[in-house]
Design a protein around this ligand. Structure first.
Ligand SMILES: Cc1ncc(COP(=O)(O)O)c(C=O)c1O
Length: 371
């Protein structure tokens, strides 16, 4: 069987530490440890006294309860994992076998797609439509779902285009799954990154019985380095995923679990910080697009620290992204990493000077193409 590498993550892991500006990560400028702990000497002392033993493998009771609360579920629905990445991986390996049919949303973070292909499944996609503000094409969803579809995977809010599905659109996804008895995997890592409202995107949790919600601290909370994520699912699926978790990682770290409790307890502070970066960063990016004399365009995203920017040049996204890397010193995601050509995924939830300098470098290189 051929192996499908995770092209986006390979691109990032090869180059993200050798460029001047990394606009390819999908979160905000990260929170520092001191910023998370605040001025609380007791919190610092507790950190220093933490014994670095194996933690409870499925997550501490306190952490599972906090995650359950974030999704409106119960603690025994929660398994704590090494990032959403592990949660997606063990969900797919629990549910998908060779010969199964899986449906994904595109453009998208292509982890579930690659995992399913590597498990020997057949994968079809339904599009978010660029000519309709990146809304989902629900007729296309209905036409790709088949009696043997095992899993429908969505990301809400979406990476890379920032669409937040409406309640009606979510109902349509659940109805398509229910029609054939398929599972739904709702990757909700971008809940809490809303740009236009302070209302947190509702979790799909509890809208359907064959549902797995995935989340993490990497995006809305600004803490990707903790490598802490989770899945929320019916207890039988939590058990099945847990058995795979024991093989893959055993557990995330004790310190990460401890810091995750602090993060979820102070979520309002962290969400406000990161939404501030997102709102300011997108304003800068939109201004930059507006000043590009028609070279660039973007559909304003509803959430995330990302913009999926269209460039109006007859060049592949691999070529443009590689030229930006080598000549502008800027790493961005290429459209082909998400299944759509002629776009670049640019992260804007960053410090203003850093973002401005990187965008200026991109402009210089793109102008040489135009010339
Ligand atoms: C949709 C989506 N799911 C999962 C992940 C992995 O996140 P984590 O850092 O929590 O492993 C990412 C990271 O970019 C993502 O965009």
């Amino acid at each position: 069987m051929t192996f499908t590498p995770f092209a986006l993550e390979e691109w990032q892991s090869r180059y993200e530490h050798s460029v001047d500006y990394n606009l390819a990560d999908s979160g905000c400028h990260p929170v520092a440890l001191g910023e998370l702990l605040g001025d609380d000497p007791a919190a610092v002392r507790q950190m220093l006294e933490t014994e670095l033993h194996y933690p409870p493998v499925g997550g501490t009771d306190a952490l599972r309860a906090l995650i359950a609360d974030w999704h409106g579920a119960a603690s025994d629905n929660v398994l704590v994992t090494v990032g959403a990445a592990e949660a997606n991986a063990i969900t797919v390996s629990s549910l998908v076998e060779a010969g199964d049919h899986v449906v994904v949303m595109e453009p998208g973070y292509r982890q579930v797609r690659g995992l399913a292909l590597n498990a020997g499944a057949e994968v079809d996609a339904f599009p978010l439509d660029p000519d309709n503000g990146w809304r989902p094409d629900l007729a296309a969803l209905d036409s790709v779902v088949r009696p043997d579809t095992k899993l429908i995977a969505i990301t809400n809010p979406n990476n890379p285009v920032g669409t937040i599905l409406t309640p009606d659109e979510l109902d349509a996804v659940v109805a398509a799954a229910a029609r054939v008895g398929a599972w739904v995997l709702a990757d909700e890592v971008y809940r809490g990154t809303e740009r236009l409202t302070d209302e947190i995107t509702p979790s799909l949790c509890s809208r359907y019985d064959k549902l797995v919600c995935v989340g993490s601290l990497s995006k809305a909370f600004g803490l990707p380095g903790l490598r802490l994520g989770w899945l929320v699912a019916p207890p039988a699926l939590v058990e099945a995923a847990w058995r795979r978790h024991e093989y893959a990682t055993i557990a995330t770290s004790m310190l990460s679990m401890h810091l995750a409790e602090i993060a979820l307890e102070s979520k309002d502070r962290l969400l406000t910080r990161n939404r501030g970066l997102i709102r300011d960063g997108y304003t800068r990016l939109a201004q930059w697009v507006a000043e590009s004399n028609g070279l660039l365009s973007v559909v304003p995203p509803e959430a995330t620290a990302l913009a999926f920017v269209r460039y109006h040049l007859p060049l592949t996204s691999a070529e443009v992204a590689d030229t930006l890397r080598t000549q502008a010193g800027v790493l961005v995601g290429a459209g082909h990493h998400f299944g759509v050509e002629h776009h670049l995924r640019i992260t804007h939830g960053l410090q203003p000077d850093y973002l401005n300098a990187a965008l200026t470098n991109i402009t210089k290189v793109l102008q040489t193409y135009q010339a």
